[in-house]
Design a protein around this ligand. Structure first.
Ligand SMILES: C[S@@+](CC[C@H](N)C(=O)[O-])C[C@H]1O[C@@H](n2cnc3c(N)ncnc32)[C@H](O)[C@@H]1O
Length: 441
């Protein structure tokens, strides 16, 4: 544990300054060549601290009025968060926490770490709830989620549904592996898993999808992963390409493609990337997309760096199927990306919804008559899902909803029971929304 402290502080600081937990953890583990034990300690501490960060920060704020958590150096902030977690959650002795962290601590306002730890030690759970009178504020402490997000959930669902959903964000979701049919088949991957004593289950509704029940070996360390024979993909995300239902010979457009999870899946369903065009606006993400599609044997997909909002102005092609998986608040992914709940501000939602609705308008100009657009997000907010689709259908009466099947989640009562919603506490996958709309003759 002691030798891992600089690494934990580094990872927490990287995430605190805007990097993704997934990417930071993966690159740190491979750059530092961590042992398996250190890798699991690092993952555990990072995720658990991120999941309960409002309460960790509240302890630190209550411990001293002489400094502001926002104003101290990011590294010191990470160190205090780690110290608080070890003290209050892991119940480690105060002397131990001080001893292992003191060498890494830079004084704030002449405050010794031991002084801060003593104050944090004395704060009781009841004190955390002081002045938290309404349900959303109390749930915010109990389920470690910003109050404004809880208010949004409570405005759509009852207390029980909201509680179960919030509790599910504090747990790990199962890992799913999709066999890449362009490079391997289900039998081959199953035999690898059996050789390694990996406990798994086939997801019967989705071809080539496997749920990992237990594995001693971290799945990304299997050579078949590096060879692109399978990918790690959440169940809900793997469902989207089946809702799109691409058929050989159809022209397919993926409007927001990087890192290529769904583009590669569409190609795998078709057995080739031949009739697919994949767009992304971001130069760095295009590089990631190119590399990934190459690894997964997706050829000869046309990869285009462009703004999909205006792509219709230059495209000579109309498409039979369009996948629109736009940037979103990621509010369905708090279990695997807990940093997203602290990063998102209520005012940011408008930015996402404007972009999503512009992208959908553009998709409508690129689709063939009788063609279908699949719109998906990993968000649970109505503004990014139902409202985008309803507003679009109101303005474009030549489009109509069709059932977003295969159905693994719940039909959305807000959209004629035709769109699909998935929830972590009900469907063992990230929160997702999938709608399918058709351009009528
Ligand atoms: C949710 S991610 C897509 C994930 C991808 N579909 C997958 O399954 O791997 C959204 C992507 O949209 C891209 N993007 C954002 N604005 C865009 C725009 N105006 N035009 C094209 N791509 C855009 C982002 O760079 C990002 O890579």
């Amino acid at each position: 544990m002691e030798s891992l402290i600089p690494t934990i502080i580094y990872v927490l600081t990287e995430i605190d300054t805007g990097n993704s937990s997934r990417v930071t953890l993966r690159s740190t583990v491979s750059n530092k060549k961590l042992t398996r034990d250190d890798e699991s300690t690092l993952y555990y501490l990072t995720f658990e601290i991120l999941r309960i960060m409002n309460v960790v920060d509240l302890f630190i704020k209550m411990s001293s009025s002489s400094f502001s958590l926002k104003k101290i150096k990011p590294k010191t902030r990470s160190l205090l968060r780690l110290a608080t977690f070890l003290l209050k959650v892991e119940k480690k002795p105060i002397e131990y926490v001080n001893e292992i962290l003191e060498p890494h601590y830079k004084q704030i306002e002449s405050l010794q770490l031991s002084t801060i730890l003593v104050s944090i030690q004395e704060i009781t759970e009841t004190q955390l709830y002081e002045n938290k009178h309404d349900l959303a504020s109390r749930f915010s402490i109990k389920y470690y989620t910003p109050t404004w997000i809880i208010r949004k959930f409570l405005s759509r669902w009852n207390e029980k549904f909201t509680k179960d959903l919030l509790a599910s964000f504090l747990q790990n979701l199962p890992m799913y592996v999709r066999v890449n049919a362009l490079k391997a088949n289900l039998k081959q991957i199953i035999s690898v898993f059996e050789d390694k004593n990996i406990d798994y289950e086939l997801v019967k509704e989705i071809r080539n999808l496997i749920k990992i029940i237990y594995s001693e070996t971290p799945i990304p360390r299997l050579p078949e992963f590096d060879e692109g024979k399978f990918v790690i993909q959440q169940k809900a995300s793997a469902l989207v390409s089946h809702v799109l239902d691409p058929k050989p010979g159809e022209k397919i457009l993926d409007m927001c493609a990087s890192p290529g999870g769904k583009t590669s899946h569409i190609a795998a369903i078709l057995g080739s990337g031949e009739n697919i065009e994949a767009i992304d606006i971001n130069e760095d993400r295009i590089k990631i997309l190119v590399k990934r599609l190459e690894l997964l044997g997706v050829k000869p997909t046309k990869i285009i760096k462009s703004d999909s909002r205006t792509f219709y102005k230059k495209s000579k092609t109309k498409f039979d199927k369009i996948l629109l998986d736009p940037p979103c608040s990621s509010s369905g992914t708090y279990s695997s990306r807990p940093e997203m709940k602290w990063r998102l501000k209520q005012r940011d939602l408008r930015w996402y919804t404007n972009l999503q609705s512009d992208l959908l308008k553009s998709a409508s100009k690129l689709i063939e008559t009788e063609g279908c657009i699949v719109y998906s997000t990993c968000s649970l907010f109505q503004e990014e899902n139902h409202n985008i689709i309803s507003a679009f259908l109101r303005e474009n009466t030549n489009f109509s909803l069709v059932e977003a099947t295969p159905m693994l989640g719940l039909f959305s009562e807000l959209l004629e029971n035709k769109a699909q919603e998935l929830y972590p506490h009900l469907h063992e996958t990230e929160g997702f929304f999938i709608a399918k709309i058709k351009k009528e003759d």
